[in-house]
Design a protein. Structure first.
Length: 385
C-alpha cells in the first residue's frame, strides 16, 4: 500500500498507537514520516486536522473503530479506506467450529465480531478485500454492495525466466520447512497437527528427513515440540524468510482454520518452492478444481503428497513451474495497481454520490458518533484525572 501510494505521488504519514519494536521496518528508507498516536485521546483530532489528508487508510477494522469517527467528524470530505487484511470474523468462526468439532454454519459466521467488522466495512468509502473467496462471501451471504468492495490481493512483479533459473535446484535443496508466527492460533495448531499426525507418516517413508520449523515468538509449548531424534526441529525466528524457504525442498502448511491469503504460500511460490497445504491454505489462490494436487484435509493423503514431492524431481519441477505461473497470471502488480488507481479517481470524483448510495454506512456512522464517541471521551476524561 505504501509503495502504491508513493507511485501515485502521495505524501505519506504512517501513524500508529503501537510501540515500535526492534524488528519494525525502517520506513524512513521510503521517505515516510512516522507519528505516534494515542488511543481514546483528543490529541488525535488536532493531529488529523493539522495533517488534513486526502485519504486515510485504516489497517484492520479495530483501527477504524478507534479513529474512524474522529476522521469523519473533523474531515468529512476525506476518503476513508479500510484494509481488512482478511475477514477476522471468518477466521474466528472457523476456529470456533474447528474446536467444537462441527461444520461451519451461520452460528459461527454471524457473531458479535461479525457485526463489528461488517459495521466498520459499511462506514468506510472503500474496503480492500484480499481474497476472491471473501469477496464472494460478502456479496452472496451478506448481500453487500460491490461498490464498497475492491479485490486487492498480494501483488508481485512478474518472475522472469532468468529469475526462475537462479533459484537452487532440486538437488541442492534439503529438508521440509514450515514458517509462521507461533502466536498466531492457526499456525500453532498447524504445528501440533504436523508433529502428531502428519510428520510420523512422512518420517516412516523418509527415515532421514527433517522438517525445520521457523517462526517468531516460540513459547515453551512450541519449544517442547523440538525432537532431534524424529527430525522435527524448532528453529525460531527466520532472519530472512525467503532465504530459508528457497533452500528447502518442500514447504508444509497443514492449516485447519484461518482466512485471507497465506503469505507463506506466496513466499514459497516466489522462491520456486513447491508446497503442500489444506483447502483452507489454498483458498483464494486456486479454485477447488485445480487445488487437489496442492492440498488435502486428510493427513494420510497430505503426507503422501509431501513424500512424492520430496522424492520425484519431475513432479517437483512441475509444481514449481505452476507456482510461477500462478503468481505471473493471477497476482500481477501492474494490473491491480492500475485498477486500484482508476477506482480511487472515480471515488474522489463521485464521493458525495457514492456516500448517498451507502445509507447503511451513514446510519452506522451516525450511531457511532453518538455512542462510541462519548464512550471514548469518557475514557479520555477518566485518563486525564
Amino acid at each position: 500500500m505504501i509503495s502504491f501510494f508513493k507511485s501515485e505521488g502521495y505524501i505519506i504519514t504512517f501513524a500508529s498507537a503501537s510501540r515500535e519494536t526492534e524488528s519494525a521496518f525502517n520506513l524512513s528508507q521510503m521517505d515516510v514520516e512516522k507519528r505516534n498516536i494515542k488511543l481514546n485521546d483528543s490529541s488525535f483530532d488536532n493531529f488529523i486536522l493539522e495533517l488534513d489528508p486526502d485519504v486515510v487508510l485504516f489497517d484492520r477494522f479495530m483501527t477504524e473503530e478507534q479513529y474512524g469517527w474522529r476522521v469523519a467528524e473533523k474531515l468529512p470530505n476525506t476518503i476513508r479506506i479500510l484494509d481488512t487484511e482478511d475477514l477476522h470474523f471468518l477466521r474466528k468462526g472457523r476456529e470456533t467450529a474447528f474446536k467444537n468439532h462441527t461444520e461451519l454454519s451461520d452460528e459461527h459466521v454471524v457473531n458479535d465480531l461479525t457485526k463489528r467488522e461488517m459495521a466498520s466495512i459499511y462506514r468506510c468509502d472503500l474496503n480492500l478485500i484480499i481474497s476472491k473467496a471473501e469477496m464472494r462471501l460478502l456479496k452472496e451471504r451478506f448481500n453487500m454492495n460491490e461498490t464498497l468492495l475492491f479485490y486487492l490481493p498480494f501483488l508481485f512483479e512478474p518472475i522472469s525466466k532468468e529469475k526462475q533459473n537462479s533459484f537452487p535446484t532440486f538437488e541442492k535443496r534439503q529438508h521440509f520447512v514450515t514458517i509462521g508466527n507461533f502466536l498466531h492460533p492457526p499456525n500453532f495448531d498447524a504445528l501440533g497437527y504436523l508433529k502428531e499426525d502428519i510428520w510420523p507418516k512422512i518420517r516412516q517413508k523418509l527415515p532421514k528427513a527433517e522438517v525445520h520449523n521457523y517462526g517468531s515468538y516460540p513459547s515453551q509449548k512450541v519449544n517442547q515440540l523440538h525432537d532431534e531424534k524424529s527430525g522435527f526441529l524448532i528453529k525460531g525466528k527466520a532472519l530472512d524468510a525467503l532465504d530459508v524457504i528457497q533452500k528447502s525442498r518442500v514447504l508444509l502448511a497443514p492449516l485447519r482454520f484461518g482466512a485471507g491469503l497465506k503469505g507463506k504460500l506466496f513466499e514459497a511460490m516466489q522462491t520456486g518452492t513447491p508446497f503442500v497445504t489444506t483447502p483452507i491454505g489454498v483458498e483464494g489462490i486456486l479454485d477447488k478444481n485445480n487445488s487437489t494436487s496442492f492440498s488435502s484435509e486428510n493427513f494420510d493423503v497430505f503426507a503422501d503428497y509431501a513424500v512424492k514431492l520430496f522424492q520425484d524431481e519431475a513432479l517437483w519441477k512441475s509444481k514449481q513451474q505452476q507456482g510461477f505461473e500462478i503468481l505471473n497470471r493471477d497476482f500481477k502488480k501492474e494490473y491491480f495497481e492500475a485498477r486500484f488507481s482508476e477506482r480511487l479517481q472515480s471515488l474522489r470524483s463521485n464521493l458525495v454520490e457514492e456516500r448517498y448510495q451507502n445509507f447503511i454506512g451513514a446510519m452506522l456512522m451516525h450511531h457511532m458518533l453518538q455512542s462510541t464517541k462519548y464512550l471514548s471521551k469518557w475514557i479520555a476524561g477518566k485518563n486525564s484525572k
